[in-house]
Design a protein. Structure first.
Ligand SMILES: Cc1cc2nc3c(=O)[nH]c(=O)nc-3n(C[C@H](O)[C@H](O)[C@H](O)COP(=O)(O)OP(=O)(O)OC[C@H]3O[C@@H](n4cnc5c(N)ncnc54)[C@H](O)[C@@H]3O)c2cc1C
Length: 379
């Protein structure tokens, strides 16, 4: 078992990303594209993609570390969860040579971005129920369906859409992945008005007889679930890193405040009612990070099954740690916790994303109950 303690290279990558992210303060929305491109130029966005296609040749270990440090600096890039981690991974593991050459160098250098659409209004957490259907028309594919809560479709050159084909032999439906360029006829988006103060927007998508060429299909149409999880496990690890980064950021702001703010004889941080919950938040974030490192390590080592369980647990732990750290940070600032000036209140909604997406707390508890503990299912 290789050591869980980070290498010197990883520590210096953390330090470099942290300095970079702190020196590029973004006003929400406005500078996100420049920040993304500056990060890509430094090799951060494509750090997990193969060197042969312009990437850094690292893995989800390095990519998650980059996202965590950006978040800890108050500067996370949500689309890193999607573009390099899900789409880049799926294309590099299962794409054709032509798809790799077409997409990977531009995903790595920041000139193009890809979003990912699996969630559907009538399926939600039950992705086995998705109905976006791909049917053949000659060599083309025709895609029909609806998606919801898909992040960053407006700023992405294409969306990797999860659909399903009808299997003539068994009558079963199987998931498969299609690259749908943003301006394809019949591919429409409507922005969802989210109560989130983030640069990345969410969209409802309709696919109305969207015609795609044969080479829009990524991977084998019969190997759907395996390919899907090759992308979904990195997504969970990255969402964990996103939550840990946000939690660390909130905690650091609360600590600054608790060291200074004095309303009796000592700074409020000397009161254990303030100090202990902050210490607990720190411990929870550290524990979540350890599980995230384990999941990333297993994934990068090629253990998809082990990574699946660890990625779920890491996402659960990080989501809970993030929500608690933000809650306590806001509380530590008293009334200032709710002002725009201090900027922590908006993290209350933002932190909830780590608890609900891409797979909710309850669905992870279900997974652990059934898969790990062998308990029967209620659904
Ligand atoms: C900001 C944001 C960005 C997102 N970006 C993307 C994206 O880019 N691409 C994408 O495909 N999706 C995206 N999503 C969607 C996200 O993955 C879903 O919201 C999530 O999977 C939950 O699905 P749902 O919202 O339909 O909730 P539902 O499935 O309707 O669940 C509602 C509640 O019921 C609980 N529940 C459901 N089933 C069970 C059960 N069997 N046992 C116990 N409890 C249960 C859930 O835990 C949850 O609390 C995003 C969501 C958000 C909020």
């Amino acid at each position: 078992m290789p050591t869980m303690i980070e290498s010197e290279e990883h520590k210096s990558l953390r330090a470099a990303v942290s300095t970079f992210a702190k020196s590029h303060p973004r006003t929400l929305g406005a500078d996100t594209e420049q920040f993304w491109q500056a990060a890509a130029k430094l090799g951060y966005i494509g750090v997990n993609l193969p060197e042969a296609y312009g990437g850094g040749g690292g893995g989800i270990t390095e990519l998650s570390l980059v996202l965590e440090e950006m978040g800890a600096a108050g500067n996370p890039l949500l689309m890193m969860i999607v573009s390099p981690a899900i789409c880049g991974t799926v294309i590099s593991r299962f794409g054709t040579e032509a798809q790799k050459q077409d997409w990977l160098p531009t995903l790595a250098d920041g000139t193009r971005m890809m979003s990912f659409g699996i969630t559907e209004p009538d399926a939600g957490s039950n992705s086995h129920r998705i109905t976006t259907t791909a049917r053949r028309d000659g060599t083309d594919w025709i895609l029909t369906g609806r998606k919801v809560f898909i992040s960053g479709v407006d700023i992405s050159d294409a969306t990797l859409v999860v659909g399903r084909t009808e299997d003539a032999r068994t009558g079963k439906l199987k998931p498969c992945l299609f690259i749908v360029p943003r301006d394809t006829p019949g591919f429409e988006r409507r922005r969802i008005d989210m109560e989130l103060n983030a640069a990345e927007k969410q969209f409802e998508l309709t696919l109305d007889d969207v015609r795609l060429p044969a080479d829009a299909l990524v991977g084998d149409e019969d190997a759907g679930l395996l390919q899907l999880f090759a992308g979904l496990n990195p997504e969970r690890v990255m969402t964990a890193a996103f939550g840990i980064g946000m939690g660390r950021y909130a905690l650091s702001r609360a600590l600054e405040y608790a060291r200074e703010r004095t309303v009796w004889k000592t700074p409020i941080g000397a009161h254990q009612a303030i100090a202990h919950p902050l210490a607990q938040a720190h411990i929870d974030l550290e524990l979540a990070r350890l599980m995230t490192q384990k999941a990333a390590h297993l994934y990068d080592a090629g253990d998809d099954t082990g990574a699946g369980e660890a990625a779920n647990m890491a996402k659960y732990a990080a989501g809970e740690a993030c929500v608690k750290a933000v809650d306590q940070a806001v509380h530590t600032l008293g009334g200032n916790g709710l002002t725009r000036e201090f900027g922590l209140a908006s993290l209350i909604t933002a932190s909830r994303v780590a608890r609900i997406a891409p797979v909710s707390r309850e669905m992870i508890l279900n997974y652990v109950s059934h898969q790990t503990l062998g308990l029967p299912k209620s659904y």
